[in-house]
Ligand binder design. Structure first.
Ligand code: ACO
Length: 374
């Protein structure tokens, strides 16, 4: 293999054939199983879209009852996991907690394999892990899951003990984050699945990959950036300073979208609608950041991605910024598991190459420098 064979970051390399979602990076389109994301967020809710992604079609009434009851019955965690969570360091990052608890759950399950039942089971439990950690970390009593509430309502109830008026918007934000083709975390988890490892290992891999600031971790970093800027007047200087120092501007750019990310467009519209009747912190600064970044990078087609406006929305909903990426994971598990199962149908272990450029034919010497003849 020669250097010219290298596909840095696997850019442009197709690794699977998939019917789960389609991304048109030039037109800024995202389609789940044939349906445009705009139609799904407008007309569906989490359970319906999860069913669509897992099964390939929207549910009829019986199928809807089935998915709702499967997701609502599997929410509880083993009590000794909850006891262990109480011993975790109070400042542990919620993504580190989520990654660790998913991994721990693997000890409580028979060595599975990637069945749909296991996918649903883990999807049901992730909101419980996040909400329990929020309550434990803040010295609040745990709120147990409520079977009669839907997926996102139950999560918000376990977090805050009430059903906030924004719960529908939160549900739609989950739909936006559910699936996005062969992104880094989906690819990493598909690699794990391709070794025929179990679903807990697959999802632990995915969470660890999503956590990075170049991927899902960017939503938390965006809010940190906006807090640091603090004042709309300081935006141009702040951004120019990042550019001068060759630092990435969090929440901007995408490997596939070379135009406005459709998810960012929808999230921005929601924040705009809310801000028409109440103050949304950091929104004015964010709009200015967008103007300056788009202008400075007009030759490179860099626009806001899904992580730019989601944090402003979650912050407005009272969700602490270190929890933002866990919310992303709570939705994306649907895509991760769908891809893991789809790939298994025609499985082949992933095994790419690297191009060696290190030394060859060195003579082995012992610690005293004496050459050993082989
Ligand atoms: N800030 C500054 N420069 C950028 C940014 C950015 N956010 N994004 C891309 N660029 C630059 C690159 O450095 C590159 O410059 P060069 O041609 O001089 O080398 C050029 O634009 C083209 O970059 P791409 O090849 O399109 O970027 P790549 O596909 O390698 O990376 C990524 C994509 C990781 C998302 C990148 O845009 C980035 O780091 N963004 C900030 C982090 C972020 O918001 N991540 C979330 C992405 S969405 C998601 O994962 C859910």
């Amino acid at each position: 293999m020669k250097k010219e064979d290298l596909k840095h970051g696997l850019e442009g390399v197709a690794v699977a054939i998939s019917s789960i979602s389609y991304v048109d990076g030039e037109k800024g389109k995202l389609v789940y199983r044939g349906f445009e994301i705009e139609d799904l967020v407008e007309n569906s809710y989490f359970e319906e879209v999860a069913y669509l992604i897992w099964f390939g079609s929207l549910p009829n009434e019986n199928e809807e009852d089935f998915i709702k009851s499967m997701l609502s019955k599997k929410r509880n965690l083993p009590e000794n996991i909850v006891e262990m969570m109480r011993l975790f360091p109070e400042n542990a990052h919620p993504m580190a907690v989520l990654r660790s608890v998913v991994s721990m759950l693997g000890m409580y399950s028979k060595e599975d394999n990637s069945t749909l039942e296991n996918a649903i089971n883990l999807t049901a439990k992730i909101p419980t892990i996040i909400a329990y950690w929020y309550r434990i970390k803040n010295n609040l009593p745990i709120i147990y899951p409520e079977e009669h509430l839907n997926h996102s309502e139950n999560f918000l109830y376990m977090m805050f003990g009430e059903l906030p008026e924004y719960s529908k918007c939160f549900d739609k934000a989950l739909i936006l984050h559910m699936e996005q083709g062969m992104n880094a975390s989906t690819f990493a988890s598909t690699v794990t699945s391709s070794t025929l490892s179990d679903i807990y290992s697959v999802i632990t891999t995915a969470i660890g990959t999503l956590k990075g600031p170049l991927h899902g971790g960017a939503n938390e970093k965006v809010l940190e950036m906006l807090e640091e800027i603090g004042d709309i007047e300081k935006v141009p200087e702040y951004i120019d300073n990042l550019i001068r120092n060759k630092k990435k501007i969090m929440g901007f750019g995408h490997r596939i979208y070379k135009t406005y990310d459709p998810r960012a467009k929808i999230l921005k519209k929601w924040v705009q609608e809310i801000s028409a009747h109440e103050k949304v912190d950091f929104f004015d600064i964010a709009l200015k950041v967008e103007d300056v970044v788009v202008e400075r990078f007009k030759d490179k087609n860099i626009y806001p991605n899904v992580d730019f406006y989601s944090g402003i929305l979650y912050n407005h909903f009272g969700i602490p910024k270190e929890f933002f990426t866990t919310i992303f994971a709570m939705a994306r598990i649907v895509g991760w598991t769908a891809h893991a199962m789809e790939y298994r149908k025609n499985n082949r272990i992933f095994r790419p190459r690297s191009i060696y450029n290190g030394p060859k034919d060195l003579k082995y010497k012992d610690m005293k420098g004496v050459e050993i003849n082989g």
